[in-house]
Design a protein around this ligand. Sequence first.
Ligand code: GAL
Length: 485
Amino acid sequence: MKSVGVVGIIFLALIRASISNQWEFPDDFQFGTATSAYQVEGGWNADGKGVSVWDRLTQTPGFVTDGSNGTVACDSYHKWEEDVQMIKNLNTDYYRFSLSWTRIFPNGFANGINQPGVDYYNNLIDELIANGIEPIVTLFHWDTPDIFSALGGFYTPTFIDLFANYARTAFDLYGDRVKRWITFNEPKVLCQDYSEFMGMINEYYPNGIIEYLCSHHMIKAHVKAFRIYDLEFRLRQRGRVGITLNFEWSEPASDSPEDVVAAEQRRQFEFGLYANPVVYGNYPQIVIDRVAERSKLEGFPQSRLPKFSLLEQINNRGTYDFLGLNHYNSWLVKATEEVPIGKPSVQNDIGTSRHVDPGWEDTEWDGKVAPWGLRNSLIWLKKTYRDPEILITECGYPDKTGTLEDDRRISFLQQYLNATLQAIYEDKVNVKGFTAWSLMDNFEWGQGYTVKFGLYFVDFNSPDRTRTPKKSAEYFRSVIESRRV
Ligand code: GAL
């Protein structure tokens, strides 16, 4: 951990003192923590589990910074009862976790269910409920069955039905007890930032074509799963289905009309690309227009952005009961000259440039502490999507050491929770919950175990993966108890 020093401590104390304690979280506002299957479970081939892309990719030298993998991770496959007690100690209302597709269907396909895998989640769900904690289940948090790589992963429409069948099975197996579902976690990160997670990517499939195909199929898969829930389960299970999208807030770098337009353009490409179809049926107009225009100049006979037919648009519309928001970072966005026509790329379609203000407080990894970015994101969602119900499904602070004395995480949480209160009371945003990422330190994808987000420390050197609460766990519990930051 970077040394905070005396000046830093005084600075943090001043920030805290300046945070108003005037508001209480409303009675129906909930708190939770989150994890995902590959990041915590381990048991990568236990009891018949099949291989996911992450089981394979982490074997590629250089793929993960510290050469590590999630083979054991936090060993939650064996330590789920202890996990539930940790959650209970925090006193949160719910726990957001994801299902590992290949634990349920080892080959990905819906014809060979693996009962021990099914039972793992049955046990976890039952234990949560027995302890008064609502399970919120993400169906897909990046661990695609590896066998789909050969089919082209999300780049092929085949994926839509594969996902729909898996979703139906999950609703069927667990929907008597699970009342909130999230279809996908952060499609943008998968499709735009880390497309290699999906398998099958090489120089012959330029970014700017496959990213849009991936998004398109993921949206269609989400819609299909949502409609399956509507038709086959909603009446008897009375649950709710949403999608989790990540939003790095884009603030105009200046008041100039060009920068204001540039920031909005970026928001529409990064968030609207996914949210607009789900809310209104189709892609945002600015995205449709820009990709069509650049595709034409690049010599394509049609836009690189796939089209939704009219019927599909009607079917897409309103396929959410709530919107899940993951928020970590904020940027200042500037207008730039149009990027010259060349190799197709989403970044060139987006155009604009972004930077951070060096004066903003650093986190200890990627990104800055900018709580106003969360508040602005919430206000924008309210305005842009007709006041949806919003669940903050992830927000959290990274450090490198996992220190138990994590005052900077506490300060971060305090500021972001306060921004949430401002959004509720001053901006009248319909935000219903805050989920701290993460319950415990875990496998942070390409960063392995070098970056930690947990309220609980996990000793990855101990075979028992011993968990210890950090100071932030105590803080989070006190917020939940007092309902004040
Ligand atoms: C999110 C992701 C999580 C976690 C978090 C912290 O993008 O959904 O799985 O890794 O970032 O970086």
